[in-house]
Design a binder for this molecule. Structure first.
Ligand code: FDA
Ligand code: NAD
Length: 426
């Protein structure tokens, strides 16, 4: 059995939702577009899962955070897809792909063929087993990638009120989940191998601000080590976490956020891969001209920096999705994807944004004992990255604009003296 579509989006996450809206805006005909997703719900704003979804009071629940509410656009419910003639094949995993024949085979045994395929398969959470530790299947060990994981995390948290959680990993998931656990009245110890949290992006000065804030909320940090094993009770629940430095942390629950791997396996050997993702050009087109890739799974040229990158953030998923639809449906009207990397997070009462690239020399500015501070990164004499905590909408827009312009910086001391004022007047 099989069906045929003009356009197929493989994956039903953030990028799929934003692409669907763009297809409709550009006048896709009923019956031309199909979305296939392993998840049983239509696309939603994944960032909600580590924030509003985990709140003890008035938590965010579907349908409130379906795409595309995250960028103040229409909220696409199942009814919207139906009204716009988009075929949804959800709760269905694609188990193999044949880009030469232009077909996908689903786990239910259906062959779906396409004229144009958009790969939006995102990524999967890395498992502890991949680092040689067993125990991921224990009922009180949680990962967080999709709605099922988030629902499970909420249930485990509810059983642990007043108890102890160990958070493994000091990246985005670790930091956002630790804050949510504290808000749910759970005692948190964070464990990670680096010298400070958010090591991929934060300087040690920025990191100490957040670590001090977390400590003021009762969070403990154990840095420079990793877990080596779990202790289990007779029914297989984790009771303690053993670290490589020899210490042992009693635990009622564990949250693991140790990074992701893009879901490229269906296409290995069929498409060119680079930096762990599917390599695409400025039109988001892969090495096969009928196949495009967007979001976390795509390695695309970042024109500003003259190199390819794979980004794992929602803004790039949204914008690459929008761009790919224009590149497919209005190829003569659209240029190359020209993206300024943008990352953000919100924890407790804090909120930061980062634009550009975090390499080169760093200049910090603002009041690190107050609410608003930031940093600029300068490389080869040009401003290439900006970070701001506690900014207003206008201030965030200003650092984004200044970073995109990549102005020449002759005097770092002067940049430090001007601080946020530099971006506001750039
Ligand atoms: P996404 O992961 O959203 O979707 C992939 C989809 O493909 C899933 O539905 C999956 O089931 C499906 N799929 C995969 N393989 C399949 C197969 N073989 N068959 C069928 N379906 C398949 N970013 C940010 O900038 N700010 C933030 O605050 C956050 N917060 C945040 C919280 C949490 C908990 C997570 C997990 C992630 C974030 N992110 C984030 C990252 C952001 O959510 C991420 O970059 C985007 O979701 C990427 O969108 P994609 O559509 O590429 O993948
Ligand atoms: P991450 O890459 O942000 O952080 C991974 C962390 O794992 C590292 O900081 C390190 O501390 C830790 N680590 C690595 N190996 C380890 C080991 N052996 N033992 C213990 N710790 C180890 O990844 P993540 O936090 O898992 O986030 C997953 C994905 O979700 C990322 O793509 C991220 O961008 C996305 N996300 C983004 C946001 C946001 O942008 N605000 C929020 C949540 C999730």
């Amino acid at each position: 059995m099989g069906r045929a579509f003009v356009y197929v989006i493989l994956g039903g996450g953030v990028a799929a939702g934003y692409a669907a809206l763009e297809f409709v805006k550009k006048g896709v005909s009923h019956g031309e577009l199909c979305i296939i997703s392993e998840e049983a719900v239509v696309p939603y704003e994944r960032p909600a899962l580590s924030k509003g979804f985990l709140l003890p009071e008035d938590p965010a629940r579907l349908p409130s955070f379906h795409t595309c509410v995250g960028s103040n656009e229409e909220r696409l419910t199942p009814k919207w897809y139906k009204e716009n003639g988009i075929e949804l094949v959800i709760g269905t995993r694609v188990k193999s792909a044949d880009v030469r024949r232009k077909t996908l085979l689903t786990a239910t045994g259906e062959t779906i063929s396409y004229q144009i395929l958009i790969i939006a398969t995102g990524a999967r959470a890395l498992k502890l087993e991949e680092f040689g530790v067993t125990g991921s299947d224990a009922e009180n060990v949680c990962y967080l990638r999709d709605l099922a994981d988030a629902t499970r995390l909420v249930n485990v948290m509810q059983c642990c009120s007043g108890g102890d959680a160990v958070v493994i990993g000091g990246g985005y998931i670790g930091m956002e989940c630790a804050a949510s656990l504290v808000i749910n009245k759970i005692n948190v110890t964070m464990v990670f191998p680096e010298a400070h949290c958010m090591a991929r992006l934060f300087t040690s000065k920025i990191a100490s601000y957040y670590e001090d804030f977390y400590k003021s909320k009762g969070v403990k940090f154990i840095k420079g080590t990793v877990l080596s094993s779990f202790d289990f009770n007779p029914v297989g629940k984790v009771t303690a976490v053993n670290l490589r430095d020899g210490s042992r942390l009693p635990a009622d629950m564990v949250v693991v956020g140790i990074g992701i791997r893009p879901n490229t396996s269906l296409f290995e050997g069929q498409l060119t891969l680079e930096k762990g993702g599917i390599k695409v050009n400025g039109r988001l087109q892969s090495s096969n001209s009928s196949v495009y890739a967007v979001g976390d799974v795509a390695t695309f040229p970042v024109k500003l920096f003259g190199e390819t990158r794979r980004l794992e953030h929602v803004d790039s998923a949204r914008k690459s999705a929008k761009h790919v639809v224009a590149a497919i449906m209005e190829p003569d009207k659209i240029g190359e994807f020209d993206y300024l990397p943008f990352f953000y997070s919100r924890v407790f009462t804090l909120s930061w944004q980062f634009y550009g690239d975090g390499v080169g020399e760093v200049v910090h500015f603002g009041d690190f004992s107050g609410n608003t501070f930031g940093a600029y990164w300068v490389s080869k004499g040009h401003l290439i990255g900006s970070f701001l905590e506690g900014g207003t909408k206008e201030e965030y827009e200003a650092i984004a604009k200044a970073t995109r312009m990549m102005p020449a910086i002759e005097d770092l001391a002067e940049l430090e003296r001007q601080g946020l004022g530099f971006a506001l007047t750039a």
